[in-house]
Write a protein of this length. Structure first.
Lengths: 164, 354
């Protein structure tokens, strides 16, 4: 069975050629190729990692922005509320003051009127007294001449006084 | 339209003719047998075995008048009587003898004779035979492909593979990721990558080149038992050398097995050690040889029937088997590498027994 009997020459040559190939390829092919593949895989991995990190950072940044925006909104709201309160208070105070001022004025006016009135009445009384004295004078002069006419005069004078 | 048909018909006939011309040529690979068979009846068995076996010259074709066209390869012999001899195999063609060397009538091997024509010994044959020449050509092809690839990978950093490198790189990465790492493990695989890659591409290129039926291809390299034996032996040696303490403990004192079973277990484990590379050797040899035999048998049908119309049946079948053989070429290279990695991994891994 020639077919399954290995020959010494072929064993020698196969060993020789195979080892030659192994040694040459190991140094000049497998090492650079495997290293290049490894490096490329590493660079792809790092690129993917950094992309992922960038995405995470972006997300973080976005949520932070959102937070800041929210805060700003809240602040604005608070400020607005405060402003409104202040405005309302000021208006209310102003109204109160105005009311007080007005009532004070009215009070003063009333007081003045009353004073004027008493003054006027006093003057009238004085006038009446003067008039009465004058009337009395006239009556007294008339009485000396005629008694009937005196009476008529007095009542007429009195009527005049009443009108005033 | 008509012209195209003529051209395609012509191509078909040229292909047919070249196949026919090539075949009887191979039938007479062996010079001694050639003289007999060239003019006698076609014996398919002899023709096929002649192709499968190694020879000292590379037969290209036989002309109609029985003349051989062959490339004669260097013969290198070491004989105890005359030392180292070196000459071309053409000197031994057609039954001639040279410096006392000639082909033996019975075995076809080179024997040494004295002046009287008596056999005085068989020299050690280190000739560059057809198989060796085919292997050398494959080595040149491999070197060309991978040295080019290697240099282009050294030159540029973070290179993107282009052209044929783009076809080779996935195979290299496949061997690393699917064969070496799962079987040998992350920590140790790098040491064995050069061997696994070299073995894979050596087997693959030889398998594929063996399928091309024209000179200088078609040598049955990986279907030769000596070649597969050397490859299997290298795997065996690497396996044993990289074997851990655990590996040897497994052989000589299998954990969990009672001591009194050792007389049975040790021989069984030893047989296991040797049957692994033996299976590697036989698997590759048998697969590739079988492929060549099937293809040649189908082609031989034409000459057995001595009718051209048989080619219309057998050539499509040959085509089918050839395509199948391309698959087998890849598959066997893969299987050899996978099993080598598996055996190395089994020996090199740290086992942990409960």
């Amino acid at each position: 069975m020639d077919l399954v009997t290995p020959g010494i020459g072929l064993i020698f040559w196969t060993t020789f050629i195979f080892f030659l190939l192994l040694i040459i390829l190991r140094v000049f092919a497998w090492k650079p190729i495997l290293n290049a593949v490894k490096n490329r895989e590493a660079s792809i991995k790092s690129a993917l990692d950094s992309a992922e990190k960038a995405k995470d950072d972006m997300k973080k940044l976005q949520s932070k922005n959102e937070e800041i925006l929210q805060k700003a909104k809240q602040e604005r709201e608070a400020l607005m509320k405060e402003a409104r309160e202040v405005k309302d208070r000021i208006i209310a105070e102003a109204k109160d003051k105005a009311q007080q001022e007005a009532s004070k004025l009215i009070e003063m006016a009333r007081l003045n009127i009353r004073n004027e009135k008493t003054a006027a009445i006093a003057e009238i009384k004085a006038q009446v007294a003067i008039l009465s004295v004058e009337i009395a004078e006239k009556i007294l002069r008339e009485k000396l001449s005629q008694s009937k006419e005196q009476d008529a005069l007095i009542s007429r004078l009195l009527d005049d006084v009443k009108i005033n | 339209m008509n012209c195209l048909q003529v051209v395609s018909k012509r191509i078909f006939f040229v292909l047919l003719a070249s196949t026919i011309l090539w075949l009887p040529a191979s039938a007479s690979d062996h010079p001694v047998a050639a003289e007999k068979t060239a003019h006698e009846e076609f014996i398919p068995g002899e023709f096929i075995i002649d192709h499968i076996k190694d020879s000292h010259d590379w037969h290209i074709l036989t002309k109609k008048n029985g003349e051989h066209v062959a490339v004669y390869l260097p013969v290198i012999l070491y004989s105890q009587n005359s030392g180292l001899n070196f000459f071309m195999s053409g000197k031994l063609a057609h039954g001639h003898s040279y410096l006392g060397f000639a082909y033996s009538e019975e075995t076809g091997k080179i024997i040494e004779m004295n002046e009287a024509g008596e056999t005085i010994g068989s020299p050690l044959d280190f000739s560059i035979t057809k198989t060796v020449a085919g292997m050398m050509l494959a080595a040149v092809v491999i070197l060309f492909l991978f040295l080019r690839m290697g240099s282009s990978y050294t030159k540029t950093k973070n290179i993107v593979p282009k052209g044929f490198n783009g076809f080779l790189e996935p195979m290299i990465v496949f061997i690393r990721d699917e064969i070496a790492i799962p079987n040998i493990g992350h920590h140790k695989y790098e040491r064995f990558m050069p061997y696994l890659l070299t073995a894979f591409f050596f087997i693959l290129v030889n398998n594929i080149m063996g399928l091309i039926p024209f000179f200088p291809f078609g040598a049955n390299v990986t279907g030769n038992i000596a070649v597969t034996m050397v490859l299997a032996l290298i795997t065996f040696v690497i396996t044993q050398v990289s074997g851990t303490k655990d590996h040897w403990k497994h052989v000589f004192a299998t954990p969990g097995v009672p001591v009194w079973l050792a007389p049975i277990m040790i021989p069984v484990e030893l047989i296991g050690l040797f049957s692994k590379p033996f299976a590697l050797m036989i698997r590759l040899f048998a697969n590739i040889t079988a492929g060549h035999i099937v293809v040649l048998s189908l082609v031989s049908l034409i000459f057995i029937f001595k009718a051209l119309w048989v080619s219309s049946v057998s050539i499509p079948m040959v085509l089918f088997i050839d395509v199948l053989e391309i698959l087998v070429a890849f598959l066997q290279a893969y299987v050899f590498t996978l099993l080598s990695a598996l055996f190395i991994g089994l020996a090199a891994k740290e086992h942990h027994h409960a």
